[in-house]
Design a protein around this ligand. Structure first.
Ligand SMILES: CC(C)=CCNc1ncnc2c1ncn2[C@@H]1O[C@H](COP(=O)(O)O)[C@@H](O)[C@H]1O
Ligand SMILES: [Zn+2]
Length: 348
């Protein structure tokens, strides 16, 4: 029987704002992909980092390369996206913002436009099948690919924002944080902001990026991914913190990802506490639930047990996340849903 606390966190209605599509592929979907491509000789150990395991950031990024080999056709992307959406729904996520990087045509046999269309198709199919979750999409820019590709991606994202009835809501900046510099991507990010795309930027995910963060915070972004090294105690600065505070920019915080990727030394050292105690908008997210063998319920439970927070605190945290979404049209509906679900949850 499921333990009472597990049940509480699974039933808690949740908002997931930071999920990379190909990092979110579950074991059962990986098995289906491996069966489609036995010649690749890929085992699950190569696509996930299990409990207790730690990897360097570099090793983590190698894992994405393996997953990308497995997910390289239109059929794969449709299946992966549908499976991921259904899994988040089964975990009690009521609103999901997925993000994914359209890859070079020669690696997938399809154009970047077709890649995004396929993810949108998966979102539509899940909606038509009655999966109980609202999904929106952020087109991702991989910082490793430089300024020109970033600009192309922004144009693509803008086209989709205008043609998908609000399903494409923004732009993500991600990829190996040790490669490239945000200054080169500034024109593309500014263009995205000016045309109405919401911006979620991976920021200060590794140490010594204070200059870059300073620059990118001036845009300013609409949300920050990780922000692990923003505050002074870890080599950031008060000026960075002040900027984030001034704009009240929400942080997307991913505990397991940071501990397994070794940018944070232990759960109790996670910067969640710094921002949460300040009353700053902090949203618990998974990052890559497949790679890091987690789900959003586990992340909520982990935050509660690590920082000694009550179920009531966690309820408030999940409810406040609604105000950090990039879908203003859905906020009222989501708040209503939370209110309706509350009585059943606290009767447990
Ligand atoms: C290595 C590590 C600790 C990962 C967690 N932190 C991350 N930091 C930056 N970019 C990421 C991270 N996790 C996933 N991504 C991005 O998401 C991609 C995978 O999802 P997709 O193909 O865009 O659908 C990766 O190739 C990478 O560009
Ligand atoms: Zn991320």
């Amino acid at each position: 029987m499921e333990k009472e606390a597990d049940l509480f966190y699974r039933q808690l209605p949740k908002v997931e704002l930071h999920a990379h599509l190909n990092g979110s592929v579950s074991l059962s979907t990986i098995e289906k992909l491996v069966a489609r491509k036995p010649h690749l000789n890929i085992e699950h150990g190569m696509t996930a980092i299990r409990s207790g395991q730690r990897r360097t950031l570099d090793e983590c990024f190698q894992v994405f390369k393996v997953i990308h080999q497995l997910v390289d056709t239109e059929e794969d992307i449709l299946m992966v996206a549908k499976d991921v959406i259904r899994e988040f729904a089964a975990d009690g996520v009521k609103y999901l913002e997925l993000r994914s990087t359209p890859r070079k045509e020669k690696t997938t046999g399809m154009t970047k436009r077709r890649y995004v269309e396929t993810v949108i198709e998966a979102i539509r199919q899940c909606k038509n099948e009655g999966v109980d979750i609202e999904v929106r999409f952020l087109v991702a820019v991989d910082r490793r690919n430089g300024a020109e590709v970033a600009m192309e991606t922004v144009k693509l994202a803008e086209d989709f924002m205008l043609s998908t009835d609000g399903l494409v809501v923004g732009l993500d900046l991600s990829g190996d944080p040790t490669v490239g510099h945000g200054r080169d991507l500034l024109p593309a990010l500014q263009k995205a902001k000016n045309c109405g795309l919401k911006l979620s930027l991976h920021l200060s995910e590794v140490p010594s990026q204070a200059d870059e963060s300073e620059l990118l915070l001036n845009i300013p972004p609409d949300r920050i991914g990780h922000g692990t090294f923003l505050h002074p105690e870890v080599g950031g600065s008060q000026s960075l913190v002040d900027k984030v505070r001034k704009h009240n920019t929400p942080l997307e915080l991913c505990l397991t990802s940071n501990v397994k990727g070794q940018t944070v030394s232990s759960y109790s050292q996670h910067h969640f506490l710094y921002w949460y105690q300040m009353g700053h908008p902090s949203v618990i997210c998974t990052d890559d639930k497949g790679v890091f063998c987690t789900d959003l319920s586990k992340e909520y439970q982990l935050a509660a047990s690590t920082f000694n927070l009550s179920q009531e605190d966690m309820w408030t945290l999940s409810q406040k996340a609604i105000d950090c979404t990039f879908a203003p049209d859905l906020k009222q509906q989501l708040h209503q849903k939370w209110l309706e679900l509350r009585p059943t949850l606290f009767q447990l």
